[in-house]
Design a protein around this ligand. Sequence first.
Ligand SMILES: [Zn+2]
Length: 131
Amino acid sequence: MTPKQREDFLQQLLALHAELTGKAPMRIEPNRTDEARVGGDEDEQPLNEMMQTIASSRNRNTDGTLARVVKALGKLREDADSFGECEECGEEIPMGRLKAMPYAEFCVACQNNKDGPKGPVRRKHLTDYKG
Ligand SMILES: [Zn+2]
């Protein structure tokens, strides 16, 4: 990976970090109160609710992503050479995957191994079966 590519990923991660921590333009605004209403803004309320719905579903989808973004930023700062390497097998994560997901921790093969064919497997503890 070239320093330029690293710089690009750093910028991308910083932008993601800003978005996930609510510093991006799309953040949840409190609903307006009727007291503050000025004539002619009736159309804004449904839009505001729609934006809240989008923002909250985005927040659900990004569970855990922020932590990975922070981790990736830490790598870039402290051990830039390790950025872009699979944490499992040490192979370089393909550039296309990193561009789509600069916070990726694993290569495609290792990610698939972790997820399994049907997604993450939740195993019961053996103790669950004891009387
Ligand atoms: Zn791997």
